[in-house]
Write a protein that binds this ligand. Sequence first.
Ligand SMILES: *[C@@H]1O[C@H](CO)[C@@H](O)[C@H](O)[C@H]1NC(C)=O
Ligand SMILES: *[C@@H]1O[C@H](CO)[C@@H](O)[C@H](O)[C@H]1NC(C)=O
Ligand SMILES: *[C@@H]1O[C@H](CO)[C@@H](O)[C@H](O)[C@H]1NC(C)=O
Ligand SMILES: *[C@@H]1O[C@H](CO)[C@@H](O)[C@H](O)[C@H]1NC(C)=O
Length: 444
Amino acid sequence: MALLRHFLISLFTIIIIISFVACNSNLQEDPLITTYVDDSPSNDDADTLLFKNFINQNTNNILRFDATSRSLEIVNVNDYGAKGNGYTDDTQAFKKAWEVVCSSGEAIFVVPEDNNYLLKPIRFSGPCKSNITVQISGSLEASDDRSDYSEDQRHWLIFHNVQKLLVNGGGTINGKGSIWWKNSCKRNKKKPCKDAPTALTFDNCEDLIVENLKIENAQQIHVSFQDSINVKASDLNVSSPEDSPNTDGIHVTNTQNIKISSSIIGTGDDCISIVHGSKNVEATNITCGPGHGISIGSLGAGKSKEFVSEVTVNGAKISGTKNGVRIKTWPGGSGSATNIKFLNIEMDNVTNPIIIDQNYCDKKKKPCKKSDSAVQISNVLYQNIIGKSASDVAVKFDCSEKFPCKEIALENIDLQYDEGEDAKALCNSVELFYTGHVTPRCYS
Ligand SMILES: *[C@@H]1O[C@H](CO)[C@@H](O)[C@H](O)[C@H]1NC(C)=O
Ligand SMILES: *[C@@H]1O[C@H](CO)[C@@H](O)[C@H](O)[C@H]1NC(C)=O
Ligand SMILES: *[C@@H]1O[C@H](CO)[C@@H](O)[C@H](O)[C@H]1NC(C)=O
Ligand SMILES: *[C@@H]1O[C@H](CO)[C@@H](O)[C@H](O)[C@H]1NC(C)=O
């Protein structure tokens, strides 16, 4: 099968090259657009799909190289010694394959389907010679021997300093987190509070696309985008048990221009968390729950000065979560969270559907003290938010007395308490504007 596929791919490549050389010398489309075509999944069987992807990649390759350059290199981890049997350590094979991909011209790093690759922590570092596609169709499984993480306790798989990277393939990334959850101080009060690894980290990446992957049972955070710029993440399924501690779904930190879309996230912590240094963040068509909802912050922990701005969540279904859309900041911090929009959101069985908490503190770590400073929250729009609250307080604005929340606008809000009673709004130190039907409202 693999051989046949290879042959067909080569054949098609040649045909395509010939047709390009013969009849097309001025097809100079924007390479970014042609590279990152949206191969939306169809009902074709997986082999056909894979094949189509390869053809697509080959075609793109030719467009980019104007039909004169070498062909796309396909680097299959199995050719570098990976076994994919679920118990042999495939770490070295993946590292070798990455070295090859990263130093090649256009190349695809292929993790074939129907295999389970057992992996210790790996750092996929750039910069690489050219654009890279990482096509994960099989399963990646984390080593659950914690001593394997002694060099770097914070990461399992990390892409560091890679530009123009596309990661896709429909496969699964499994952090095998249960050993870490058991040892978390949130589960076991006698254990020290230590960080566990993030399953998949993108650090210092630029022009990144991550799509069509399943990420499950992370040791701690599932996917983290940090210090990156121009990111598209879509069609991600992120899941872990509701009682798994600190397992944020998608975490965004110090990243600008990021769009997260069409993803289904249910974990033990925030579905999406957006923290310091993030700007121009858009989340659309998100299904969230169980977990703690979509959160901006926490910001300002340890008296830090932190900023988040231009965040839009547009189109989300949030159900069975502790919070719906939340902004949380620690007393004693400074900086700001501003220009934030929560639009078109459906809530079901959500304990705190709309919440701003400026008196947040993780009580297990530090006592919550009153303070003279706070992260300034301003210009937040809540529009078209409907559904059911699991508690009688559906809207809660608990802002700082010294730094009240400013320009908080509510438009077309209808949140009911599950039990058929009217829901309430609790408001402290907040400047509110109402438009259209808004229920519940603060009366003060
Ligand atoms: C990689 O892609 C970018 C944008 O799609 C393009 O500008 C660049 O030329 C490509 N690099 C190579 C080596 O093909
Ligand atoms: C994500 O979940 C949806 C709905 O359950 C499913 O159709 C899709 O194939 C899943 N995608 C991946 C990459 O697992
Ligand atoms: C929204 O996301 C779901 C789940 O990922 C997907 O099946 C659906 O096609 C998306 N809808 C749009 C309009 O993108
Ligand atoms: C509501 O959500 C909680 C989790 O927060 C879940 O345990 C419970 O079963 C849900 N109830 C309904 C009626 O869906």
